[in-house]
Design a protein around this ligand. Structure first.
Ligand SMILES: C[S@@+](CC[C@H](N)C(=O)[O-])C[C@H]1O[C@@H](n2cnc3c(N)ncnc32)[C@H](O)[C@@H]1O
Length: 448
């Protein structure tokens, strides 16, 4: 398999559509894994590099193409950016390889005429290479902020301040991977020992007593024996906090709203010793199918998937009276912007505002199904105040029977430094080395 062809397919999916990077990378996982490690690293470097420098590369393509820029096909432009990126930024790829490989891939995909153009374009870029590098460095002098659109800088400046945005963007390299031990099958100590015997350098996580931290490149090594056998699941430490904050007890009825693949639901099932009931609701049937398969692998029996749109009234579909509800709402995902640059192609101020409205609606719908004295945990993986703090304020203002409670009161695990006033838990990738999550815990007051 040609690594550049895989990079092109992945980039086409991300740059051209509204599709998210995660599912696209998942789709190409098998092809990606079939590459030898050197080619895999090149594919990853090209995809990440182009997403990081998209704004700059678009400007350079415009400059080199001149009058022909307006007529450029969008897919051809992706190939030109790939060639240009290798020429200007990848020292280990010789110029001739950057040019020849791009030209031959263009011929394979778009025919002789397009490849003739790509050849002219890249040779022109090679001729002006020094000048273009100087130009891109000058652009870079404005700082990493130039890698994201201005509206997003403005938005984030209001949310977290300028200094923090730069740190957020710099946290681009993948942090170590988090594993959650499936304590229904094995203890953390036993699993750590097994991982050590397999030659991996696994460490216990700092906060989560179910967490293990592992270097990302070791994931392949543990795929069969550890992950497929269901004794552990990939889950970041910040995400593991959800179940600990909500603290479901054995025998309780739990609603997992917007369950996705059910990662947090399975963790809750662990805390409940697989006793009680967890209803996992998501709008995406394919995710629920995957959830079902995962449940079998993990040996969890209490999670029941239901496919439904949670913005509509759920009472007709699901009997209320839940002791705990987890709402892991769809969000702008800005907490992962450092390593998911493709987000800039999916987001806009309007989209973030719409997401905030959707989240508030989901919160209100969830609350209807909650028992008095029951807990509702609202989770997002963004740093956007409009989706986080402001939604909490709006929710409390419209629902007088709900109160915000300290996430610490429910479980002693959460360290003070993560609890931000007044009672939210927030993690930041550049501070805690994990994705940026937001947690707010509510309780429904007693009736009358
Ligand atoms: C942040 S993800 C959930 C991740 C999941 N809880 C986990 O731990 O793996 C948000 C989920 O919300 C779902 N979703 C979006 N809109 C929805 C809606 N209107 N009703 C139900 N689920 C929805 C998406 O399909 C997605 O799986």
């Amino acid at each position: 398999m040609n690594p550049r062809k895989i990079a092109f397919d992945v980039l086409k999916g991300i740059l051209r559509g509204s599709r998210r990077g995660g599912p696209i990378l998942f789709e190409f996982r098998e092809q990606f894994l079939s590459l030898d490690p050197k080619d895999g690293a090149l594919t990853e470097r090209i995809v990440k590099g182009i997403l990081e420098k998209e704004i700059l590369l678009e400007r350079l393509v415009k400059e080199i193409a001149g009058v022909s820029y307006r007529h450029l096909d969008r897919n051809l432009k992706i190939l030109l950016k790939m060639g240009l990126y290798q020429l200007l930024f990848l020292d280990r790829v010789p110029d001739y390889a950057a040019i020849n490989e791009t030209v031959s891939l263009t011929r394979e995909l778009f025919g002789a005429k397009a490849s003739g153009y790509a050849n002219w374009f890249l040779r022109e870029a090679q001729r002006k290479k020094k000048e273009l590098i100087l130009k891109s460095q000058a652009q870079g002098n404005g700082g990493i902020l130039r890698e994201i659109p201005k509206w997003l800088t403005d938005h984030l400046r209001e949310e977290i301040g300028l200094g923090q945005i730069e740190r957020l963007l710099k946290s681009k390299e993948s942090p170590p991977i988090g594993l959650r031990v499936n304590t229904l099958k094995i203890s953390r100590e036993e699993l750590l020992k097994r991982l050590k015997d397999m030659g991996t350098e696994a460490k216990p996580s700092l906060i989560s007593p179910h967490g293990i931290s592992l270097e990302r490149h070791q994931l392949k090594k543990i795929k069969g024996e550890i992950l497929e056998s269901g004794i552990a699941q990939v889950q970041s430490e910040a995400s593991q906090l959800a179940a600990f904050i909500l603290r479901p007890l054995p025998g309780q009825r739990i609603l997992d709203l917007c369950s996705g693949l059910g990662t947090k639901a399975f963790h809750m099932a662990q805390l409940m010793e697989d006793k009680g009931e967890i209803i996992s609701v998501d709008i995406d049937l394919s995710r629920l199918r995957e959830l079902k398969r995962t449940g079998e692998r993990l040996g969890v029996s209490i999670v029941q998937p239901i496919c439904a749109d949670a913005t509509l009234g759920l009472s007709a579909l699901i009997r209320g009276g839940f002791d705990r509800i987890l709402l892991d709402a769809p969000c702008s995902n800005l907490g992962a912007l450092g390593r998911k640059r493709e987000l800039i192609f999916r987001l806009s101020p309007k989209r973030i505002e719409n997401l905030a409205q959707l989240q508030l609606r989901l919160l209100k719908n969830a609350k209807i199904l909650l028992n008095p004295m029951g807990y509702l945990l609202y989770v997002t993986c963004t740093v956007s105040r409009i989706e986080n703090e402001e939604n909490v304020e709006r929710f409390l203002a419209s629902e007088p029977d709900m109160e915000l409670v300290s996430p610490k009161s429910n479980f002693g695990l959460i360290p003070d430094e993560l609890v931000k006033v007044p009672g939210f838990v927030k993690t930041f990738p550049h501070m805690e080395g994990t994705d940026g999550f937001f947690y707010a815990l509510f309780r429904k007051r007693k009736r009358g």
